[in-house]
Design a protein around this ligand. Structure first.
Ligand code: ADP
Ligand code: MG
Length: 482
């Protein structure tokens, strides 16, 4: 064994809260839109006025089931909501409605890629609950303000088994989860807006030990990078403590993103007693098998499946396949484009090259891209037919087409005089002239300076204003120099 760190194993279990992308809150019609003025989405139900009654949101349940099915979970058909009782200013009712003890989805797993290959991270559960409001400590110097817009927003909490073994694995897991919720349309995955938040449970143990070490829980990590940073910091802190012969206390901690450290919020002695009981205002609900199956039918092909298809069916590299499937809209665009051409690799190159750069420059999502997939396929055909080089097509013609999104690319190329010369009878005189002009270089070439070929080709390009077909030009020059 080498360093002290290597004598220890880090064990991590993650709890991820994801706000569901519904029209309205879990138990009333208030909007859940992010960024509204404070306390504008607050009906009597949200504010817990006496006599107000909750009404369950079906769309939220459908989303939770969809995520569970995508994660290979068992779906619980008999469900109810319970009250988790505690006081906090952001919780007007004095209890949170939750499914903590009876989750809608159980077991299942999420596959991630690790250094050692594929790994299945087991899930313990996915349960539904409502979000709390938000305490604001920075709007007023001496007081805390509360915004109840978020109170009652539907959440799912996705809880893993303690299966992760490094901050890199945790990073891969949260990245995968975010991709999944976005593909499924159940959550927007925007961690910086708080719609996905992660609590990391971390412990360390000597390698080879069976028993798990005492864990600490770092709450409310708001980016994937911070999940990794918090785990890295915390693992080192715990290892140092053990090395110093100290015992670790089970604690809830918070991450300070500014300096990358964590600090204790509270000690967790025993499980808190929240006096759970079924909410008497909400009836239990049964999920019919037909309902579950109808949701299963809506699940699109997920990133892992698409990566597999792109590699094995379309012959793309793993890198291209992975980048193309980062976002569902991009993958869908790719799949639409390959309906119009057999040159799959070229579609990938165009999408990861010129199309991506253009969209980045414009800070535009692909959903708003002016060119239809068929047009990108038509551009590719122009290049494959030898009408123009990739370089002319991806710079000049691509820009022209963006200005005229419905024009036929080949007609547009002809109109702007971009069609390249691949006709030998037109190119030969140019080649002859170039070789005559560079007679001394021709001698050098024949003596062995084969690198001069590029110079001859470049000169032909110059004289034809870039319109000579480089492949054809090469052929003609080689023939003449024999
Ligand atoms: P709690 O009751 O404190 O919330 P749970 O048993 O519900 O604890 O587990 C919460 C999360 O902590 C789960 O993701 C679980 O995998 C993880 N976890 C449990 N024990 C450990 C441990 N010793 N080390 C790391 N993670 C753990
Ligand atoms: Mg917990």
């Amino acid at each position: 064994m080498n360093t002290i760190s290597e004598q220890y194993e880090v064990v991590i279990g993650l709890e991820v809260h994801a706000q569901l992308l519904t029209q309205s809150k879990l138990f009333c019609g208030d909007s859940i839109a992010f960024g509204a003025d404070a306390n504008t989405h607050v009906s009597p139900v949200t504010l817990a006025h006496p006599g107000s009654l909750p009404k369950m949101n079906r769309e939220a349940i459908a989303h939770a089931v969809k995520m569970g099915l995508a994660c290979h979970c068992e779906i619980e058909q008999k469900n109810y909501f319970a009250r988790k009782n505690y006081f906090y200013p952001d919780l007007p009712k004095g209890y949170q409605i939750s499914q903590h003890t009876t989750p809608i989805c159980k077991n299942g797993y999420v596959s991630i890629k690790t250094e050692a290959g594929k790994k299945e991270v087991r899930l313990n559960r996915i349960h539904m609950e409502e979000d709390a409001g938000k305490s604001l400590h920075d709007v007023n110097e001496s007081n805390t303000a509360v915004d109840y817009n978020r109170a009652g927003t539907p959440l799912i909490e996705i809880v893993t088994e303690p299966d992760l073994r490094s901050s890199e694995e945790a990073f891969a897991y949260v990245s995968e989860l975010r991709k999944m919720v976005r593909y499924l349309g159940v959550c927007d995955g925007n961690m910086e807006e708080g719609s996905m938040r992660c609590d990391a449970n971390i412990s360390v143990r000597k390698r080879g030990d069976e028993k798990l070490g005492t864990k600490v829980e770092v709450k409310n990590l708001n980016s994937i990078r911070n999940v990794k940073r918090a785990i890295d910091f915390e693992a080192q802190r715990l290892i140092k403590k053990l090395e110093a012969g100290e015992t670790i206390r089970q604690q809830t901690r918070s991450f300070d993103a500014h300096n990358g450290t964590t600090f204790a919020i509270r000690d967790k002695e025993d499980a808190e007693d929240y006096r759970y009981f079924p909410d008497p205002d909400l009836t239990p609900f049964d999920l019919k098998s037909e309902f579950i199956e109808s949701i299963r039918a809506e699940i699109p092909a997920l990133p892992a499946e698409r990566v597999h298809t792109y590699i094995h069916q379309y012959g793309l590299s793993e890198y291209d396949a992975t980048v193309l499937t980062e976002e569902k809209d991009v993958a869908d665009y790719f799949e639409a484009a390959i309906g119009h051409t057999q040159n799959y690799k070229a579609v990938a190159n165009w999408m990861l090259g010129p199309v991506k750069s253009f969209l980045n420059e414009q800070s535009q999502p692909i959903s708003g891209f002016v060119l239809q997939p068929a047009q990108v396929a038509a551009l590719i055909k122009c290049v494959d037919d030898g009408k123009l080089s990739f370089s002319t097509a991806s710079t000049r013609l691509f820009q022209l087409l963006i200005q005229n999104p419905t024009a036929a690319p080949d007609a547009l190329a002809a109109q702007h005089n971009l069609i390249q010369q691949s006709d030998a009878s037109a190119l030969e005189p140019v080649v002859d002239a170039v070789l005559e002009q560079l007679a001394d270089k021709v001698v050098a070439y024949k003596k062995g300076k084969k690198g001069l070929l590029a110079l001859f080709v470049g000169e032909v390009m110059k004289r034809t204003k870039g319109k000579a077909d480089p492949k054809k030009t090469n052929e003609i020059i080689l023939e003449k120099l024999k």
